[in-house]
Ligand binder design. Structure first.
Ligand code: FE2
Ligand code: FE2
Length: 286
Protein backbone atom coordinates (compact mmCIF):
# COMPACT_ATOMS: atom_id res chain seq x y z
CA UNK A 1 0.00 0.00 0.00
CA UNK A 2 1.25 3.49 -0.93
CA UNK A 3 0.86 4.81 2.65
CA UNK A 4 2.94 1.96 4.10
CA UNK A 5 5.68 2.56 1.57
CA UNK A 6 5.83 6.25 2.44
CA UNK A 7 5.77 5.56 6.16
CA UNK A 8 8.65 3.12 6.00
CA UNK A 9 10.57 5.61 3.87
CA UNK A 10 9.94 8.28 6.52
CA UNK A 11 10.93 5.86 9.31
CA UNK A 12 14.28 5.21 7.67
CA UNK A 13 15.07 8.84 6.88
CA UNK A 14 13.57 10.90 9.71
CA UNK A 15 13.49 10.81 13.48
CA UNK A 16 9.95 11.43 14.63
CA UNK A 17 10.34 13.14 18.00
CA UNK A 18 8.12 12.39 20.98
CA UNK A 19 5.43 14.91 21.85
CA UNK A 20 6.88 17.53 24.21
CA UNK A 21 6.49 16.19 27.76
CA UNK A 22 4.58 19.21 29.02
CA UNK A 23 2.04 18.87 26.19
CA UNK A 24 1.50 15.17 26.90
CA UNK A 25 1.00 15.76 30.61
CA UNK A 26 -1.22 18.82 30.19
CA UNK A 27 -3.45 17.17 27.57
CA UNK A 28 -3.82 14.07 29.75
CA UNK A 29 -4.93 16.24 32.68
CA UNK A 30 -7.28 18.35 30.55
CA UNK A 31 -8.98 15.22 29.24
CA UNK A 32 -9.26 13.61 32.67
CA UNK A 33 -12.42 14.69 34.52
CA UNK A 34 -10.86 13.48 37.79
CA UNK A 35 -7.85 15.77 37.56
CA UNK A 36 -7.63 19.09 39.37
CA UNK A 37 -6.91 22.52 37.96
CA UNK A 38 -4.09 22.89 40.48
CA UNK A 39 -2.35 19.87 38.90
CA UNK A 40 -2.75 21.38 35.45
CA UNK A 41 -1.42 24.75 36.56
CA UNK A 42 1.50 23.01 38.17
CA UNK A 43 2.41 21.08 34.98
CA UNK A 44 2.08 24.04 32.63
CA UNK A 45 3.78 26.36 35.11
CA UNK A 46 6.95 24.26 34.95
CA UNK A 47 7.53 25.31 31.35
CA UNK A 48 8.96 28.81 31.67
CA UNK A 49 6.63 31.25 30.01
CA UNK A 50 4.00 28.80 28.91
CA UNK A 51 1.28 30.13 31.21
CA UNK A 52 1.78 33.67 29.97
CA UNK A 53 1.75 32.50 26.34
CA UNK A 54 -1.56 30.71 26.92
CA UNK A 55 -3.07 33.72 28.72
CA UNK A 56 -1.81 36.18 26.12
CA UNK A 57 -3.43 34.19 23.33
CA UNK A 58 -6.63 33.64 25.32
CA UNK A 59 -6.82 37.41 25.88
CA UNK A 60 -6.12 38.31 22.25
CA UNK A 61 -8.83 39.84 20.11
CA UNK A 62 -9.88 36.41 18.77
CA UNK A 63 -11.80 35.71 21.93
CA UNK A 64 -14.34 38.26 22.93
CA UNK A 65 -14.65 37.19 26.54
CA UNK A 66 -16.01 40.03 28.67
CA UNK A 67 -13.76 39.17 31.55
CA UNK A 68 -9.96 39.29 31.33
CA UNK A 69 -8.49 35.79 31.57
CA UNK A 70 -5.93 35.97 34.34
CA UNK A 71 -5.41 32.30 35.15
CA UNK A 72 -5.64 28.82 33.69
CA UNK A 73 -8.64 28.34 35.97
CA UNK A 74 -10.52 31.27 34.38
CA UNK A 75 -9.45 30.13 30.91
CA UNK A 76 -10.97 26.71 31.59
CA UNK A 77 -14.28 28.19 32.68
CA UNK A 78 -14.52 30.91 30.01
CA UNK A 79 -13.24 29.20 26.87
CA UNK A 80 -13.69 25.55 27.86
CA UNK A 81 -11.43 22.52 28.08
CA UNK A 82 -11.27 21.78 24.35
CA UNK A 83 -10.09 25.30 23.53
CA UNK A 84 -7.64 25.17 26.41
CA UNK A 85 -6.23 21.92 24.98
CA UNK A 86 -5.68 23.66 21.63
CA UNK A 87 -3.99 26.57 23.37
CA UNK A 88 -1.70 24.18 25.25
CA UNK A 89 -0.62 22.61 21.93
CA UNK A 90 -0.20 26.07 20.39
CA UNK A 91 1.83 27.42 23.31
CA UNK A 92 4.08 24.35 23.48
CA UNK A 93 5.24 24.65 19.87
CA UNK A 94 7.42 27.64 20.70
CA UNK A 95 10.08 25.37 22.21
CA UNK A 96 9.57 22.56 19.74
CA UNK A 97 10.61 24.71 16.78
CA UNK A 98 14.34 25.23 17.28
CA UNK A 99 15.05 28.60 15.77
CA UNK A 100 18.77 28.25 15.08
CA UNK A 101 19.28 29.04 11.41
CA UNK A 102 17.60 31.60 9.20
CA UNK A 103 15.58 28.81 7.57
CA UNK A 104 14.30 27.63 10.98
CA UNK A 105 13.34 31.18 11.86
CA UNK A 106 11.50 31.63 8.58
CA UNK A 107 9.62 28.34 9.09
CA UNK A 108 8.53 29.54 12.52
CA UNK A 109 7.50 32.95 11.23
CA UNK A 110 5.51 31.36 8.42
CA UNK A 111 3.74 28.99 10.84
CA UNK A 112 2.87 31.77 13.29
CA UNK A 113 1.66 33.99 10.43
CA UNK A 114 -0.53 31.18 9.11
CA UNK A 115 -1.94 30.57 12.60
CA UNK A 116 -2.84 34.25 13.10
CA UNK A 117 -4.30 34.54 9.60
CA UNK A 118 -6.41 31.40 10.02
CA UNK A 119 -7.75 32.77 13.32
CA UNK A 120 -8.42 36.19 11.76
CA UNK A 121 -10.34 34.68 8.84
CA UNK A 122 -12.25 32.35 11.09
CA UNK A 123 -13.40 35.21 13.33
CA UNK A 124 -14.20 37.56 10.45
CA UNK A 125 -16.30 35.02 8.53
CA UNK A 126 -17.56 33.14 11.60
CA UNK A 127 -16.15 29.81 10.44
CA UNK A 128 -15.00 27.98 13.59
CA UNK A 129 -13.44 28.55 17.00
CA UNK A 130 -10.28 30.64 16.80
CA UNK A 131 -8.17 28.10 18.75
CA UNK A 132 -8.99 25.34 16.23
CA UNK A 133 -8.03 27.58 13.33
CA UNK A 134 -4.90 28.74 15.12
CA UNK A 135 -3.52 25.35 16.09
CA UNK A 136 -4.14 24.00 12.58
CA UNK A 137 -2.38 26.99 11.02
CA UNK A 138 0.55 26.67 13.38
CA UNK A 139 1.05 22.95 12.72
CA UNK A 140 0.30 22.79 8.98
CA UNK A 141 3.99 22.69 8.01
CA UNK A 142 5.35 20.88 11.08
CA UNK A 143 6.63 18.17 8.72
CA UNK A 144 9.15 20.67 7.29
CA UNK A 145 10.65 21.16 10.74
CA UNK A 146 10.86 17.42 11.32
CA UNK A 147 12.61 16.79 8.01
CA UNK A 148 14.82 19.81 8.65
CA UNK A 149 15.83 18.51 12.08
CA UNK A 150 16.54 15.01 10.73
CA UNK A 151 18.29 15.92 7.46
CA UNK A 152 19.51 19.41 7.95
CA UNK A 153 22.03 19.70 5.06
CA UNK A 154 19.68 18.03 2.62
CA UNK A 155 16.87 20.36 3.64
CA UNK A 156 19.08 23.39 3.07
CA UNK A 157 19.53 22.13 -0.49
CA UNK A 158 15.79 21.63 -0.85
CA UNK A 159 15.17 25.20 0.35
CA UNK A 160 17.78 26.50 -2.11
CA UNK A 161 16.17 24.62 -4.98
CA UNK A 162 12.71 25.91 -4.04
CA UNK A 163 14.09 29.44 -4.18
CA UNK A 164 16.18 29.08 -7.36
CA UNK A 165 13.58 27.17 -9.38
CA UNK A 166 10.67 29.25 -8.00
CA UNK A 167 9.16 25.90 -7.08
CA UNK A 168 7.37 24.67 -3.94
CA UNK A 169 8.64 22.64 -0.99
CA UNK A 170 5.94 20.10 -1.68
CA UNK A 171 7.24 19.42 -5.20
CA UNK A 172 10.95 19.55 -4.45
CA UNK A 173 10.61 17.29 -1.39
CA UNK A 174 8.68 14.76 -3.45
CA UNK A 175 11.36 14.84 -6.16
CA UNK A 176 14.39 14.58 -3.84
CA UNK A 177 13.07 12.58 -0.87
CA UNK A 178 10.14 10.68 -2.31
CA UNK A 179 7.86 12.01 0.43
CA UNK A 180 6.69 15.46 1.51
CA UNK A 181 6.27 17.55 4.68
CA UNK A 182 2.57 16.69 4.43
CA UNK A 183 3.33 12.96 4.69
CA UNK A 184 5.72 13.47 7.61
CA UNK A 185 3.52 15.93 9.51
CA UNK A 186 0.33 13.90 9.23
CA UNK A 187 2.21 10.75 10.27
CA UNK A 188 3.61 12.60 13.29
CA UNK A 189 0.35 14.05 14.62
CA UNK A 190 -1.29 10.67 14.22
CA UNK A 191 1.43 9.14 16.38
CA UNK A 192 0.91 11.95 18.89
CA UNK A 193 -2.83 11.26 18.96
CA UNK A 194 -3.64 14.87 18.14
CA UNK A 195 -7.18 15.69 16.96
CA UNK A 196 -7.93 13.99 13.65
CA UNK A 197 -8.64 17.27 11.80
CA UNK A 198 -5.02 18.36 12.30
CA UNK A 199 -3.81 15.32 10.39
CA UNK A 200 -6.29 16.11 7.60
CA UNK A 201 -5.13 19.73 7.36
CA UNK A 202 -1.49 18.70 7.22
CA UNK A 203 -2.15 15.98 4.67
CA UNK A 204 -4.39 17.97 2.31
CA UNK A 205 -3.25 21.60 2.49
CA UNK A 206 -1.44 21.29 -0.87
CA UNK A 207 -4.01 18.94 -2.37
CA UNK A 208 -7.23 20.93 -2.27
CA UNK A 209 -8.23 19.55 -5.65
CA UNK A 210 -8.15 16.01 -4.31
CA UNK A 211 -10.84 16.73 -1.74
CA UNK A 212 -14.05 14.94 -2.54
CA UNK A 213 -16.93 16.68 -0.68
CA UNK A 214 -18.96 13.47 -0.96
CA UNK A 215 -16.36 11.54 0.99
CA UNK A 216 -15.15 13.99 3.60
CA UNK A 217 -16.69 15.62 6.64
CA UNK A 218 -17.79 19.23 6.01
CA UNK A 219 -16.00 20.39 9.17
CA UNK A 220 -12.77 18.83 7.92
CA UNK A 221 -13.13 20.42 4.48
CA UNK A 222 -13.69 23.81 6.16
CA UNK A 223 -10.56 23.67 8.26
CA UNK A 224 -8.39 22.43 5.37
CA UNK A 225 -9.72 25.21 3.11
CA UNK A 226 -9.16 27.80 5.84
CA UNK A 227 -5.53 26.79 6.37
CA UNK A 228 -4.96 26.63 2.61
CA UNK A 229 -6.12 30.26 2.32
CA UNK A 230 -4.07 31.41 5.31
CA UNK A 231 -1.01 29.62 3.90
CA UNK A 232 -1.43 31.09 0.41
CA UNK A 233 -1.92 34.58 1.86
CA UNK A 234 1.38 34.16 3.73
CA UNK A 235 3.08 33.20 0.44
CA UNK A 236 1.54 36.19 -1.28
CA UNK A 237 2.70 38.54 1.47
CA UNK A 238 6.09 36.80 1.79
CA UNK A 239 5.66 36.13 5.52
CA UNK A 240 8.26 33.51 6.42
CA UNK A 241 9.65 33.57 2.88
CA UNK A 242 12.56 35.39 1.31
CA UNK A 243 10.23 37.43 -0.85
CA UNK A 244 6.51 37.86 -1.59
CA UNK A 245 5.04 35.60 -4.24
CA UNK A 246 2.79 38.16 -5.83
CA UNK A 247 1.80 36.08 -8.83
CA UNK A 248 -0.53 33.99 -6.64
CA UNK A 249 -4.05 35.03 -7.64
CA UNK A 250 -5.66 34.94 -4.21
CA UNK A 251 -9.17 35.75 -5.34
CA UNK A 252 -9.35 32.66 -7.56
CA UNK A 253 -8.48 30.09 -4.92
CA UNK A 254 -10.94 27.24 -4.70
CA UNK A 255 -10.93 27.39 -0.90
CA UNK A 256 -13.07 30.57 -0.85
CA UNK A 257 -15.74 28.56 -2.61
CA UNK A 258 -15.35 25.64 -0.22
CA UNK A 259 -15.90 28.07 2.67
CA UNK A 260 -18.81 29.80 0.93
CA UNK A 261 -17.11 33.22 0.90
CA UNK A 262 -17.35 35.77 -1.95
CA UNK A 263 -14.97 38.72 -1.90
CA UNK A 264 -14.81 41.87 -4.05
CA UNK A 265 -11.39 43.26 -5.05
CA UNK A 266 -11.64 46.11 -2.53
CA UNK A 267 -12.55 43.68 0.23
CA UNK A 268 -9.43 41.67 -0.59
CA UNK A 269 -7.18 44.70 -0.22
CA UNK A 270 -8.72 45.59 3.13
CA UNK A 271 -8.49 42.00 4.27
CA UNK A 272 -4.78 41.81 3.42
CA UNK A 273 -4.14 45.02 5.33
CA UNK A 274 -6.03 43.66 8.31
CA UNK A 275 -4.04 40.41 8.19
CA UNK A 276 -0.67 42.16 7.93
CA UNK A 277 -1.52 44.34 10.92
CA UNK A 278 -2.80 41.32 12.89
CA UNK A 279 0.37 39.30 12.25
CA UNK A 280 2.54 42.23 13.37
CA UNK A 281 0.51 42.75 16.49
CA UNK A 282 0.03 39.15 17.60
CA UNK A 283 3.19 37.30 16.53
CA UNK A 284 5.12 37.88 19.75
CA UNK A 285 2.37 36.10 21.71
CA UNK A 286 3.44 32.73 20.28
FE1 FE2 B 1 2.90 23.21 3.34
FE1 FE2 C 1 2.91 26.64 4.56
Amino acid sequence: MEDDRIRSLIDTSCTLPPMPMVTTKALTLINDPESSLAELEDVIGKDGNMVSRILNIANSSYYSTLEKIKSIRTAMSLIGYKALGNLVITASMHKFYKKVSLLDKMLWEHSVGTAITAATLSRKFKLMNPDEAMVAGLLHDIGKTIIRQSKSKEYDKIAEKVYNDKSSYFMVEEEILGFTHCDVGSYLVKKWNFPIELGKVIHYHHKIDEIDPERMDTAHIMIIALVDLANQIMHFLGIGYREPEEDVDLSRLKSWQLLGITLEDDDMEDLLEEIKAGVEEEKSKF
